[in-house]
Design a protein around this ligand. Structure first.
Ligand code: PXP
Length: 247
């Protein structure tokens, strides 16, 4: 089985900073600390409303870290311009709605295939382009067609089902994610997964053989308040490796 990378999403360090204005806590410092603690990559989402990460953060993180930066963004002209200037290792396209609390669903790739094909091509010249999609065969198939290199499978519905103790629903979501990972891999796409992952629900996702990267943010940042970021990352890594080894 290929090794499983851990990407750390540092958005919510900026959420806490922005709650009071000023410079603390600094998401760049968090990115560097995550790198020192063994993260394989840093993910940051520059939202249209700049509710957490800001333009200057993205630029500073890009220059501060020695590991890949995954620039998460909506497929807009403004973001294409900023990503082109920033030159991250990867660009992850996500749906964005102003009212949402977080990225609630997967990207509509099948219904927007023509536009996305043209949107992705120039980005693919310098970045690995990833599409954040639901575990839906139509969206996976379309992702390969529009020229993405990677799909990131949205694990939010699975995570919610586990949190609610809805065992049958969690098992059904896991089955869909497992099938989607196999389908994507078969189409030549690299497979990532993320959203809502915690110590309690990460193992079955880490055990999906085609998944080679997990991107985790909110839970780890909350945990870091209690045990520190390096310890939180180390524990997540331990659980991922354990599940990978056992699979
Ligand atoms: N991957 C993508 C594409 C996301 O949009 C998010 C949330 O910003 C994550 C991973 C991380 O999710 P969480 O913060 O729930 O761990």
């Amino acid at each position: 089985m290929p090794p499983l990378r851990l990407g750390i999403n540092i958005d919510h360090v900026a959420t806490v900073r922005n709650a009071r204005g000023g410079d603390n806590p600094d998401p760049v410092r968090a990115a560097c600390m995550a790198e020192a603690a063994g993260a394989d990559g840093i993910t940051a989402h520059l939202r249209e409303d700049r509710r957490h990460i800001r333009d200057a953060d993205m630029e500073a993180i890009r220059h501060a870290i020695g590991i890949p930066l995954n620039f998460e963004m909506a497929a807009t002209e403004e973001m294409a311009r900023i990503a082109t200037e920033t030159r991250p290792h990867a660009v992850c396209l996500v749906p964005e709605r102003r009212e949402e609390r977080t990225t609630e669903g997967g990207l509509e790739v099948a219904g927007d295939a023509n536009r996305l094909t043209g949107y992705i091509a120039p980005l693919a010249e310098f970045a690995r382009v990833s599409l954040f999609v639901a575990a839906d065969p139509r969206q996976i198939e379309a992702s390969a067609r529009v020229g993405a290199a990677v799909v990131e499978l949205h694990t939010g519905a699975y995570a919610d089902a586990v949190a609610e103790g809805a065992h049958d629903a969690a098992a059904a979501e896991l089955e869909r994610l497992t099938a989607a990972a196999a389908q994507a891999h078969g189409l030549g796409l690299e497979v990532h997964a993320g959203h809502g992952l915690t110590y309690d629900n990460v193992a079955p996702i880490a055990a999906i053989p085609e998944v080679v990267e997990l991107n985790i943010g909110h839970f780890l940042m909350g945990e870091a308040m209690f045990v520190g970021l390096p310890a939180a990352i180390a524990e997540m890594r331990r659980l991922m490796d354990l599940a990978r080894g056992a699979a």
